[in-house]
Design a protein. Structure first.
Length: 292
């Protein structure tokens, strides 16, 4: 693959030791013993594609800045919050949307192809699993590549919206200062003030990314669907997530209740370390390709 030949971008990956051969063997045994593997991924699988996460020690956005992601209520309530959100998003989008899957994404796609991976649930909104070719996938928190209208539900692609932004803001220019995990960038109030935001083409309603913002909840239907996929599985692998967010953590609790073996591949502690059968502190893109 072209992707595996390019060296991973490690700017946003916490330091860790190379995989221990004993650990590789343990994970190999775990995967070999599984017939229907349920995989859950988080931001730590995408950091090697150059997308920073929020929580990693030292390199995560929370550690490096005082920036916090937008809250759902604020986005819905405040036109100026939406204007600020979309202005930043407009500047960050070309870079954010150009990120490519890394070896970890490709390995999981291959596991699906050979029937090892039963279902993949990602907490990421970066579309990298889809770009890698995974099909048995649920985007738990949605995807930044889709936009929908809060009033009528009409959907458009984020790249199409980018063209509307450009048409509405032909002379608007802004230099970005660093990019956040969700494709957001840092802009001044002055830059944001003149930015025009399009309304829904069908009903003039408010356009929002098809993403679960902080303070919003994942739909009941999606949660039930994932629980069904988990019920059909015989083991669970968590890759690149500290599982701090309850919307993902609840599936680990369900797996524990069903007595499924759980393996965790994540640099740093996670919320399920105490009940996992296996915990590995390695980079996803370094360890997963070693598993046959």
């Amino acid at each position: 693959h072209a992707v595996s030949r390019t060296s991973p971008n490690l700017d946003f990956v916490p330091a860790c030791l190379p995989p221990d051969p004993v650990e590789v063997e343990e994970l190999q045994r775990f995967v070999s013993n599984s017939k229907r593997l349920f995989v859950m991924t988080g931001a730590g699988i995408s950091t090697e594609s150059g997308i920073p996460d929020y929580r990693s020690e030292g390199v995560g956005l929370y550690a490096r800045t005082d920036r916090r992601p937008i809250q759902h209520a604020e986005f819905v309530r405040s036109a100026s919050a939406r204007q600020r959100y979309w202005a930043r998003n407009f500047v960050g989008w070309p870079q954010f949307s150009s990120h490519q899957p890394n070896r970890a994404h490709l390995v999981l796609r291959d596991w699906e192809k050979v029937g090892k991976l039963h279902w993949l649930v990602t907490q990421n909104v970066d579309a990298l699993h889809t770009k890698a070719g995974s099909q048995r996938v649920t985007e738990l928190h949605g995807c930044t590549h889709r936009v929908f209208c809060l009033a009528c539900g009409d959907q458009i692609s984020r790249s199409e919206l980018q063209e509307h932004f450009e048409a509405l803001n032909p002379t608007w220019k802004a230099e970005a200062f660093g990019v956040a995990p969700d494709g957001d960038v840092f802009l001044t109030d002055e830059q944001v003030r003149n930015f025009q935001v399009p309304a829904c083409r069908k009903c003039n309603g408010i356009l929002k990314p098809d993403v679960t913002f902080f303070g919003d909840t994942v739909s009941r239907e999606k949660v039930d669907f994932v629980h069904q996929r988990l019920a059909e599985s015989d083991s669970m692998l968590v890759a690149g997530s500290s599982m701090q967010v309850y919307s993902g953590y609840r599936f680990a609790l369900a797996a524990q209740e069903k007595k499924l073996p759980i393996a965790i591949l994540n640099i740093g502690p996670t919320r399920l370390d105490h009940f996992a059968s296996l915990k590995l502190n390695s980079r996803c893109g370094e360890l997963l390709p070693l598993i046959v």
